[in-house]
Write a protein that binds this ligand. Structure first.
Ligand code: FES
Length: 103
């Protein structure tokens, strides 16, 4: 399924890059910009980023479920990952609202 229409990136391509990044460091926090950088792409309109975040979270959950990480490790990490993305989403929304007011 096509996720990013600006760069023609599919869900599978994103999930594959997330797995590659997790293979390098399975506890790192992955953001859309890191995924796109690894693909040598960049966000243009960034409208796909919320979907990319969902793919990152799903892929990371699946990755750890398949690798026998302890429930405690997974819970702590997924809590941090979701909180991190939620804070970024909120900050992005605030930036957009401020930009809209200034225009
Ligand atoms: S849809 Fe992905 S950058 Fe525009």
């Amino acid at each position: 399924m096509l996720v990013c229409s600006c760069n023609f990136i599919t869900e599978k391509e994103i999930a594959d890059v997330v797995v590659d990044l997790l293979n390098e460091d399975c506890w790192q926090l992955i953001v859309p910009a890191k995924v796109y950088h690894a693909m040598q792409k960049r966000g243009r309109c960034c409208g796909c980023f919320p979907n990319v975040v969902d793919i990152i979270i799903r892929t990371t959950e699946r990755y750890h479920a398949e690798r026998h990480s302890t429930d405690g490790e997974i819970f702590d990490f997924m809590t941090r990952l979701k909180q991190f993305h939620e804070e970024n989403r909120r900050a992005d929304l605030e930036r957009r609202q401020k930009g809209h007011r200034a225009a």
